[in-house]
Design a protein around this ligand. Structure first.
Ligand SMILES: *[C@@H]1O[C@H](CO)[C@@H](O)[C@H](O)[C@H]1NC(C)=O
Ligand SMILES: *[C@@H]1O[C@H](CO)[C@@H](O)[C@H](O)[C@H]1NC(C)=O
Ligand SMILES: *[C@@H]1O[C@H](CO)[C@@H](O)[C@H](O)[C@H]1NC(C)=O
Length: 618
């Protein structure tokens, strides 16, 4: 009896008391994890709309809560950080090229989300330099499995590099690799969405209708990871995961296409449902905040001021009743940029809290233009392009051309007078080993005149490529005069030969040279708001000072390729010759002349009888 009683009491403990204790334990730790979802929409000058999804997950661990207990934060990412000692990592999948001229190159969204086509991966490890390469290799394999992409090709030492300062400041623990040929599709988006607590079943991610977002002009999916205090013995540690999806879409409706006349400057009216084909149903309940922002560019705000004919235009441009456009809902908050340089307008953000708007019925924000409007986005001081010169299969040259866009001298960091004003730029370029670059042939032209390299280079680091072992890296810090109109850098190269099994499939298409990166260390793109940025991760991201960056095009180099169809041709022609030879030989040997004659005779007789019977029947 006593035994059964003790069993019953044990069961009670198991079934009732333990679960309540567990629940209590979960309730006690409200600040261990955090998730926020946000969407930034921005009309672009060329009748397109930029949509920038921003999902932010954080996990904290301190001595008091004893390690990580993850409910919202993806466990796969925690294991990645833990296993490979990652301090910072960024992975992006991009399709299309960011149009720096039309969509802007000098704002926080473009400097952190305009990425080179294909896959780009970089990581900073919290490990001794001797282990970094091994960790990188294992990391590429893990990511490749996690995101269903061929990131494992970055494992080979010919595809990644260890930049010193040209990419970002590092202390030997940074590795950088890119795969320009990688095709990006839904199979890469699905695992990325699985890292979100609500996936794409609720919240803003529900808008990601695959046909609409892949129809866009530019598509970049990015994952940025920062961890602190992880590898060390310190007890307080933190992991921050930022997932962004940046798409540029064209909201063309049939009605707009009918009424559109070129040159009128009339912009299409759009709404969330016409851009994505869906509405926002509800917020993700696990998210701490769920907001939608509509950003008006500086150029657009100044147009707004010009159009505002009434005297109180200063108030009109921040209210939603204005002469230029109309919003279907009144925003909760209007956030203005502050602290901007005097000679420019400041941009405006309209904030909508999804929780309030998507309460009773699905939320759809419509934006309609009342007047034609033309504006431009703020550009980086130089527009960068890259192209190939030369012809034939032996040698060629890579040229990076930089064109001035007529920037304002007040923005230049040195702040000196116009004649002494200098523009600092960094160039980072990785070249695969089969393009053998002669770095001593570097020529720098400013306004068409050759300059001595010593006059314009501040710093230079070259690590030449080694055949089948490593790719060549060029890091260059240049000081250019502000008054220049254009500059060009040229490098000569020889084309190498690959071994027959090193050729990729479809080698006749050519070989890609990854994008070069041009950065402007004195030009920091950030927007400052009076608003407390801690409430919203996207606002704090926009306020973060980051140098303006520009990626150039991917180059396609045709190399000598063996004729892979030749063995097939040889086999076919040999077989044909053999077939003809043996066929006719056998025919001749086996033919019996008299038998053939008899056959012919019989056939002749048969035809005659047929004809005769035909005549008699008539
Ligand atoms: C990388 O993976 C291999 C194979 O799984 C393993 O043997 C090796 O220890 C790993 N290296 C590091 C640095 O984790
Ligand atoms: C956009 O909406 C406004 C106001 O509703 C309307 O006057 C205008 O004709 C619309 N434009 C187009 C191109 O449909
Ligand atoms: C280098 O700069 C000096 C002074 O700024 C100038 O006199 C000289 O002509 C420049 N050299 C070249 C090759 O441009």
């Amino acid at each position: 009896m006593a035994e059964s009683k003790s069993i019953i009491s044990f069961l009670t403990v198991c079934c009732f008391i333990l679960p309540t204790l567990l629940f209590a334990a979960i309730e006690e730790e409200p600040h261990k994890e955090e998730f926020n979802e946000e969407l930034l929409l921005k009309p672009l000058p060329d009748r397109k709309v930029l949509a920038h999804f921003h999902f932010d997950s954080k996990a904290f661990s301190s001595s008091s809560n004893g390690g990580y207990h993850l409910h919202l934060f993806p466990k796969a990412i925690y294991q990645l950080v833990h296993k490979f000692h990652i301090k910072e990592m960024e992975l992006s999948f991009t399709q299309g090229r960011w149009n720096y001229e039309r969509w802007g190159g000098f704002d926080p969204v473009s400097s952190s989300n305009a990425k080179p086509p294909g896959v780009e991966l970089w990581a900073v490890f919290d490990a001794p330099p001797s282990q970094v390469d091994a960790l990188w290799k294992n990391l590429t394999h893990t990511l490749s499995g996690l995101f269903c992409a061929s990131i494992n090709f970055l494992e080979s030492s010919t595809t990644y590099s260890a930049p010193d300062w040209g990419f970002r400041a590092s202390s030997g623990n940074l590795r950088y690799g890119s795969l320009p040929r990688e095709a990006v599709c839904t199979e890469n988006l699905t695992p990325w969405l699985k890292l979100l607590p609500c996936r794409d079943k609720a919240g803003l991610a529900e808008l990601m209708d695959r046909p609409s977002i892949y129809r866009g002009f530019y598509h970049s999916q990015r994952l940025h990871l920062v961890s602190s205090g992880f590898g060390s013995d310190r007890v307080d540690s933190k992991i921050e995961l930022e997932q962004t999806l940046t798409v540029v879409l064209q909201p063309t409706t049939l009605r707009w296409a009918k009424s559109y006349t070129p040159g009128s400057g009339m912009q299409p009216n759009w709404s969330i449902s016409t851009v994505f084909g869906r509405k926002i149903n509800k917020k993700c309940v696990l998210a701490k905040s769920s907001n939608l922002y509509l950003q008006l560019d500086r150029g657009l705000v100044s147009e707004l001021k010009n159009k505002g004919t009434d005297s109180d235009s200063a108030t009109a441009e921040s209210s939603i009743t204005n002469p230029l456009f109309e919003l279907s809902s009144t925003p909760q908050k209007v956030i203005r940029e502050v602290d901007n340089l005097k000679d420019e307008e400041s941009s405006i953000l309209y904030m909508f809290d999804i929780d309030k708007f998507a309460d009773a019925k699905p939320f759809d924000l419509a934006f309609s233009w009342k007047l034609p409007v033309v504006w431009t986005c703020s550009k980086a001081p130089l527009l960068a392009n890259r192209f190939l010169m030369g012809s034939g299969n032996e040698r060629g040259a890579i040229v990076i051309s930089l064109k001035s866009v007529g920037h304002r001298p007040s923005l230049v960091g040195t702040g000196a007078s116009e004649d002494r004003c200098k523009l600092h730029i960094n160039v980072f370029q990785v070249v695969p080993w089969y393009v053998k670059v002669y770095y001593h042939t570097l020529r720098i032209y400013i306004d068409g005149q050759v300059q001595s390299a010593a006059n314009v280079t501040r710093k230079m680091r070259v690590s030449p490529s080694e055949d089948k072992v490593s790719s060549g890296v060029l890091e260059l810090a240049l000081t250019l005069p502000c008054s220049m109109k254009s500059a060009a850098l040229s490098l000569d190269f020889d084309k190498g030969f690959l071994h027959i099994d090193e050729y990729p499939p479809d080698a006749n298409q050519g070989f890609d040279i990854p994008s070069a990166l041009i950065s402007f260390p004195d030009f920091h793109s950030s927007l400052n708001f009076a608003e407390d940025s801690s409430v919203s991760p996207i606002l704090s991201r926009l306020q973060k000072r980051s140098p303006a960056l520009a990626y150039t095009e991917v180059l396609l180099v045709p190399l000598t390729t063996p004729d892979f169809s030749m063995p097939y041709n040889v086999i076919t022609i040999t077989c044909t010759v053999f077939a003809l030879y043996f066929g006719s030989l056998l025919n001749v040997l086996r033919r019996r002349a008299d038998e053939e004659e008899r056959l012919l005779e019989e056939r002749g007789k048969y035809i005659i009888t047929c004809l005769l019977s035909g005549i008699t029947n008539m």
